[in-house]
Design a binder for this molecule. Structure first.
Ligand code: GLU
Length: 459
């Protein structure tokens, strides 16, 4: 494969002016973090709203971190949220779209072609540094109190002649490929991030690894090549990558590619006893997207809530458009929070209660049953025993102007309706404190008061 030919294989997309091409690019670790879902909601929304393309690309070049069937977990989580991509991976082994492969490990030849091209124009080189050599370099840098890394005078193999390098490769010496950075640390670059605004950085001067010893590219190199060939217009990603922007812009420039726009999303925050902190994979169950499915929060509610915290003008829009579908909301990337959206479970439940209040009895039954079939067999039985009766139970205070708003998640449903079924009522009776009143006079009094106060109103 030759780099030049790839241009023809991945032609410009035939999209209208302003169409955005976005991508969600997770590593297949089998799990989507709420931050990943948040980002992909933004990606997909922007692509849909501009008649663009939303891509799911699997970044599996770090084979140590991979788990078996890691792609399946990601694809099915996206499906749970009705967020399938326009292009990209749709199962462990299948993909759709003309700009693939969409799994990085299947793109090895493409990266190789560009690495060769970069070497041929003197912008990359094979590096034979051993672990000992690198350790020695680090120790010297520490002693000299200079910045660590492989750059400038420290970049030992940077100026090795082509003949010498070829000889060593022929002799079977191990090597990796490094980028020959033209940058200087004492110069600054200016970058305008779509979310973070203007940021200044020193130029990159590190000769970073572009092809590792296993022949696969590093994230940086793959990012530049993939987003170029897939014609991504907006790279929307976590702000842990913001500091890599100088390197990425340099890679794009040296490869002769036009750089995409970057939008770096701040992490989702949570209020922990008055302290704002990042949602943590380890500490917070709500950080895993599967948590919402397990609780039985409708995916629409989760999406609506995430849009709500993603764009500050959403709440107002919702107030003015109570019945509108979220697809009608005009999302604006530059209105995303720089300090990090605050995630609040109670507010999510409130949103969910409203979403469920708009369901018909049939819809509650269907969605509830769907959830119960996996997570609560007993509830599934209750719902199915007498469908007609169930629909009447679920229909109470629904389809009216002010519908009931007491169900936030399907895991609430059993408790909510059990007392309407004789058998279940017997089981849960002890949950209710019933007084034993035998005094006839007292009973009469109570019934009279009830009859007096009873007011026949819908709600
Ligand atoms: N695979 C990278 C990650 O999961 C993707 C970052 C990006 O969107 O470019 O962090």
């Amino acid at each position: 494969m030759v780099a030049n030919e790839l241009k023809e294989k991945y032609p410009e997309r035939n999209l209208e002016e302003g169409a955005m091409v976005t991508r969600f690019a997770p590593s297949p670790t089998g799990f989507i973090h709420i931050g990943g879902l948040f980002g992909s909601i933004v990606d997909r929304k922007l692509a849909k709203q501009t008649n663009g393309t939303f891509i799911l690309r699997v970044e599996d070049t770090d084979q140590k971190r991979e788990i078996e069937n890691g792609v399946t977990g990601i694809v099915s989580s996206l499906q749970d949220f009705d967020m399938g991509p326009d292009e990209g991976q749709i199962s462990e082994t299948e993909e759709i779209g003309n700009y693939g492969p969409y799994k990085q490990s299947d793109r090895k030849e493409i990266y190789e072609a560009y690495a060769k091209y970069m070497i041929s124009i003197g912008k990359a080189y094979p590096c034979f540094a051993t672990a000992e050599e690198l350790d020695e370099m680090r120790a010297k840098q520490e002693a000299a109190k200079v910045r660590p890394g492989y750059y400038g005078v420290w970049a030992k193999y940077r100026n090795l002649s082509v003949e010498d390098a070829a000889e060593r490769i022929k002799a079977g010496d191990q090597y990796i490929v490094r980028f020959k950075s033209p940058g200087r640390e004492d110069r600054k670059i200016k970058h305008k991030d779509v979310i973070k605004g203007n940021v200044d950085f020193p130029e990159n001067d590190q000769d970073i690894v572009i092809i590792k010893s296993d022949g696969l590219p590093t994230y940086h190199f793959a990012h530049a090549i993939d987003d170029h060939l897939m014609h991504t217009t907006h790279v929307i990603r976590s702000d842990e990558w913001l500091s890599s922007v100088p390197l990425h812009l340099q890679l794009f420039a040296e490869l002769g590619f036009k750089a995409p726009k970057y939008a770096h999303i701040s992490p989702i925050m949570k209020n922990d006893n008055g302290n704002k902190r990042k949602l943590s994979k380890r500490k917070d169950p709500e950080a895993a997207v599967s948590y919402y499915t397990e609780l039985g929060i409708p995916s629409l509610a989760v999406k609506e809530y995430l849009l709500n915290i993603a764009n500050s003008n959403f709440e107002n829009w919702r107030k003015q458009n109570r019945e509108a579908d979220i697809s009608e909301f005009d999302f604006e990337l530059n209105k995303m929070s720089v300090s990090g959206a605050l995630f609040d479970m109670v507010k999510l439940f409130d949103v969910s209660k409203i979403v469920i209040s708009k369901y018909s009895a049939e819809e509650v039954c269907e969605a509830g049953l769907n959830w119960a079939n996996t997570f609560d067999k007993e509830l599934a039985q209750i719902l199915q025993k007498d469908k007609e009766y169930t629909l009447r139970v679920l229909g109470i205070e629904r389809g009216i102007e002010k519908p009931r708003k007491d169900i936030a998640k399907w895991s609430d449903l059993k408790e909510n309706i059990a007392y309407m079924y004789d058998e279940e009522f017997q089981k849960v009776k002890s949950n209710y404190e019933l007084q034993k009143i035998t005094d006839k006079q007292k009973i009469k009094e109570i019934l009279n008061t009830y009859a007096e106060k009873y007011f026949d109103l819908n709600d």
